[in-house]
Ligand binder design. Structure first.
Ligand code: SF4
Ligand code: SF4
Length: 134
């Protein structure tokens, strides 16, 4: 097999900016918890991530006021990440269960659900406030 057809692409890649960066630190810290402590104390800085592209599927956002409680999002969610709150006829999204498929945002008739560019969602507490959207 000839490699000749690949040459133009190889040359293009040589001069292209990398699509990712060294995040969150330029060099791998010896200890992540030590690195976090250094960041808090101002002794180290986090290298910001590259901007997310348009239509990136990150953390769900919910516009509670426009939600009509139709439960379509609950029915299509393959991860059972959306709970219907019958007493108030609104929904709650458990972000730790979400697989970012965007089916709920596509089906919502009121555009009450949307995907944001936020993706730094790792944590130790799945019930933390920032992992519950309601
Ligand atoms: S993005 Fe997918 S997994 Fe996440 S809440 Fe919506 S339907 Fe469920
Ligand atoms: S599909 Fe939209 S309007 Fe219906 S319950 Fe879900 S968020 Fe509310």
């Amino acid at each position: 097999m000839s490699l000749l057809p690949l040459v133009p692409e190889l040359l293009r890649q040589l001069f292209r900016e990398p699509a990712t960066n060294r995040f969150p630190a330029k060099y791998l810290p010896p200890s992540v918890t030590g690195f976090n402590r250094d960041v808090e104390a101002g002794r180290a800085a986090v290298v910001p991530p590259v901007p997310t592209p348009p239509r990136f599927r990150g953390k769900i956002a919910f516009d509670r006021d426009s939600c009509i409680g139709c439960t379509l999002c609950v029915k299509v969610c393959p991860a059972h990440a959306i709970e219907f709150l019958a007493d108030v006829k609104k929904v709650r999204v458990w972000v730790d269960q979400c697989i970012f498929c965007s089916q709920c945002t596509n089906i919502c008739p009121k555009d009450s659900l949307s995907m944001t560019g936020e993706f730094l969602l790792a944590g130790e507490d799945r019930y933390a406030d920032d992992l519950i959207v309601e």
